[in-house]
Design a protein around this ligand. Structure first.
Ligand SMILES: [Zn+2]
Ligand SMILES: [Zn+2]
Length: 192
């Protein structure tokens, strides 16, 4: 049964992305009706788009890929600049990502995520390199403010963190201790 206006796969996929950009998420059923193709074809299109990282499949439909929304901190909802030297990315067990504007937000959010977190990457403040959060060293509350207060910065090398501390002050801590200190600071803060 030929469809009156059969769209090419590329046209269909572009329409799906357009719709997603407009609505944030779409249902497979809606796409079947809108595009006039079978459920199987819709799934194939969604698979292809997911493989390209342009969306992620969710139950019964699809949502915009995280990369398209990655400029919002999932903790403080501040905007993360693309060239951020403090950005944190949390890879979740279900394949989604959480992004934080700085280790301050990332470290405070981490305990609430529990074992749904597969891995955490932080940005080395000096070099802009992405490093594993567990092996990084943190400087909490130095005498300058970067992003959220108390300022928390990550360093790949402990020696860099120490040199930074010599210049700007603050506490040099590993991941676990940095989380503890931040949680203490926040619970003392009247804004917490
Ligand atoms: Zn934040
Ligand atoms: Zn921040």
């Amino acid at each position: 049964m030929p469809h009156a206006k059969a769209l090419s796969a590329i046209d269909r996929q572009n329409q799906i992305i357009e719709l997603l950009t407009e609505r944030g998420s779409v249902q497979v059923e809606d796409l079947v009706n809108l595009l006039g193709v079978s459920k199987m074809t819709v799934h194939r299109d969604l698979d292809a788009l997911e493989a390209e990282g342009r969306l992620r499949k969710v139950h019964g439909g699809a949502a915009l890929a995280d990369t398209a929304q990655s400029n919002e901190c999932s903790f403080c909802h501040g905007t993360i600049p693309p060239d951020s030297r403090s950005k944190v990315t949390m890879h979740m067990a279900d394949g989604t990502h959480h992004h934080a504007c700085c280790p301050h937000c990332g470290l405070l959010e981490l305990p609430s995520l529990g074992n749904t977190v597969a891995s955490v990457l932080v940005t080395d403040f000096l070099y802009g390199r992405v490093v594993n959060a567990r092996s990084a060293t943190y400087v909490v509350n130095p005498g300058l403010s970067i992003c959220c207060a108390p300022t928390t910065l990550a360093f790949q090398a402990q020696s860099d963190a120490e040199r930074f501390q010599q210049g700007f002050g603050g506490q040099v801590l590993n991941l676990t201790r940095a989380i503890d200190v931040l949680r203490d600071e926040m619970s003392l803060s009247p804004h917490a």
